[in-house]
Design a protein around this ligand. Structure first.
Ligand SMILES: [Zn+2]
Length: 176
């Protein structure tokens, strides 16, 4: 959670001419949801994220830890796990949600999980895990399968003997 080297909004360096241009701007709490590992109970973790204020353009930057995805409530690993269970392991959307989300849903909302199709489309469009370079078309579940394969492909060697959900979970910690 280090100070960014440049402001992503205006490109100004954090330090210039001996002056600090990106100033510490306090901490914000951010919720991050998902299980700590595949098969473990999902939970909500509160992360403290550091903020910086750019004196050049006035932008306030929130620096996320590597485990977090911008604009996502779930950890990257939790999203990878969900896509793998749904796309490759034959879980229903409701079964996936029970593994990944600690929020309890009842009634009509309990039957599916629209986040899955949205995440799959975002990976296939390059908006989520862009470093994977996935470009695919197909049904939401086919896109999830493609994303899951790519995530499994990025897992470190020590995770390769493990089941696919573990591979994807570990892989998500190595891509952005
Ligand atoms: Zn700026």
């Amino acid at each position: 959670m280090a100070r960014p080297r440049v402001c992503p909004e205006c490109g100004q360096p954090a330090f210039e001419g001996g002056e600090v241009r990106l100033h510490g701007h306090g901490l914000v709490r951010r919720q991050q949801r998902g299980p700590p590992a595949p098969g473990q109970a999902p939970a909500t973790e509160v992360l403290l994220c550091r903020r910086y204020l750019c004196t050049g353009c006035g932008a306030v930057l929130t620096v996320l830890p590597a485990s977090a995805q911008a604009r996502k409530h779930f950890s990257g690993a939790a999203i990878a796990l969900a896509l793998t269970l749904w796309g490759l392991c034959g879980y229903s959307a409701a079964q996936v949600r029970a593994q990944v989300s600690d929020w309890v849903h009842t009634g009509a909302a309990a039957r599916g999980w629209r986040s899955l199709a949205r995440w799959a489309a975002q990976v296939a469009g390059g908006g989520l895990f862009p470093a994977l370079g996935v470009r695919a078309q197909g049904s939401p579940q086919q896109l999830a399968a493609r994303a899951a394969q790519a995530l499994c492909g990025t897992c470190p060697p020590e995770a390769r003997p493990q089941p696919l959900p573990h591979q994807a979970f570990a892989g998500a910690c190595h891509v952005s």
